[in-house]
Ligand binder design. Structure first.
Ligand SMILES: NC(=O)c1ccc[n+]([C@@H]2O[C@H](COP(=O)([O-])OP(=O)(O)OC[C@H]3O[C@@H](n4cnc5c(N)ncnc54)[C@H](O)[C@@H]3O)[C@@H](O)[C@H]2O)c1
Length: 359
């Protein structure tokens, strides 16, 4: 019997979730959005039978739903996930997991109580490059990753002005919380070690300058722009491993770069996407490389993988369905999401105090 899914939030990411769920054999029964017209329009666009203007109505009218996916502004991830888990549904939730670690803890507790699957859309783990690199971790080629550098940096990539992305109350923060993917991917390759301390700084230059606006988000909505535009940090782990991070929406860098570089005891490596223009994919260059010493020679290997323009988004959604049916292991866990959010909370705290913060 196929898994029956309800979509919560009719924004742009719904197309990838729907594609991935269908690939995995699930049925999409409905789309719910506070904006009922948006739910209806999306349902027509994606060929979904029902649409609702409230999540409660969807749960009342479709008790047969097995699972929901949450694709709404960050502030509502935790309350909606807890509500759905309490209704006995499996939950797939967009990133960031919540606006802080306390929110993730509530979600994790609700999932444990309900005995249901809670997963997050860390879609970059589901890119072909990441699957390939994990193989090299698992077969011992890379050895222990001592150190890694995570970057998602943009020159002119602020998502909208005064829409929810730049509103601290609704988003929880700026690029540090929005572009958390490469920090997550680094930690995934490192074996998700437990964080010890975080030292970091945030900057808010350019955050209200429209010359630094990217092509996403509701533009010029007139709300606050009270989040950071860039963050830099250093994380130590209880295992002795370390991670450096740089994330920005607006910073004077050459081009948009999305990368994890690491130094293992057996091999170093890199997964990288260089965008041609901030946020536009057609001219991007992907690379996946390993660096080893072999018989006295320095050897650089290029790992050739299938092109994946959607950066693993539909594959990640498919993994959620396969995790429910037992065909695959979940590609991420609530404990990992909690560690990640503790690092983000600690970096914001460190930026305020100027001191290293224990996680
Ligand atoms: N994984 C990725 O690559 C990726 C990319 C973009 C966005 N996202 C994430 O997806 C989420 C949504 O972003 P978006 O760009 O689609 O936003 P959006 O603003 O385009 O759409 C959000 C939708 O949610 C609806 N909504 C708001 N609050 C709601 C509630 N309480 N209940 C039901 N519906 C509600 C809004 O009416 C809107 O239609 C965010 O968490 C964002 O971080 C992830």
């Amino acid at each position: 019997m196929s898994i029956k899914v309800g979509i919560i939030g009719a924004g742009g990411m719904a197309q990838y979730h729907i594609a991935g769920f269908k690939q995995a054999g699930a049925e999409i029964l409905a789309i719910a959005d506070l904006n009922e017209a948006a739910a209806k329009a999306a349902a027509e666009r994606y060929g979904v039978e029902k649409s609702f203007g409230s999540v409660e109505t969807m749960f009342d009218e479709l008790p047969e739903l097995d699972a929901v996916t949450i694709i709404v502004p960050n502030k509502f991830h935790a309350p909606l996930a807890v509500q759905a888990l309490n209704e006995g549904k499996h939950v797939f939730c967009e990133k960031p997991p919540a606006i802080d670690a306390a929110g993730v803890q509530q979600m994790k507790d609700a999932a444990e109580k309900a005995g249901k699957i809670l997963m997050f859309n860390f879609n970059n783990r589901a890119r072909p490059e990441s699957f390939a690199m994990r193989e090299y971790v698992e077969n011992g080629t890379i050895g222990k990753i001592n150190s890694a550098q995570a970057k998602w940096i943009r020159r002119t990539g602020i998502p909208g002005f005064g829409g929810w992305f730049t509103n601290k109350d609704l988003a929880g923060g700026g690029p540090l919380i929005d572009l958390l993917h490469m920090v997550d991917l680094s930690m995934y390759l490192m074996g998700y070690p437990e964080p010890a301390y975080v030292l970091g700084q945030t900057f808010s230059d350019f955050i209200d300058d429209k010359n630094y606006k990217g092509p996403w988000g509701i533009p010029d909505a007139g709300g606050p722009t009270d989040v950071e535009s860039a963050a830099h940090g250093f994380v130590t782990f209880k295992t002795g491993q370390v991670l450096t991070m740089q994330v920005s929406w607006a910073e004077l860098v050459k081009r948009e770069e999305v990368s994890v570089v690491f130094q293992g005891t057996g091999a170093g490596g890199k997964i990288e996407r260089l965008f041609g223009v901030d946020g536009l994919d057609e001219t991007s260059i992907d690379s996946c490389e390993l660096y080893t010493q072999e018989g006295g020679n320095s050897v650089n290997r290029s790992v050739l993988t299938e092109p994946c323009e959607d950066m693993g988004r539909s594959r990640s959604a498919a993994n959620f369905i396969h995790s429910i049916t037992g065909k695959e292991k979940p590609i991420n866990t609530p404990d990992q999401a909690l560690s990640l959010m503790k690092i983000i909370d600690a970096l914001y705290e460190s930026a305020k105090t100027g001191k290293p913060v224990a996680c």
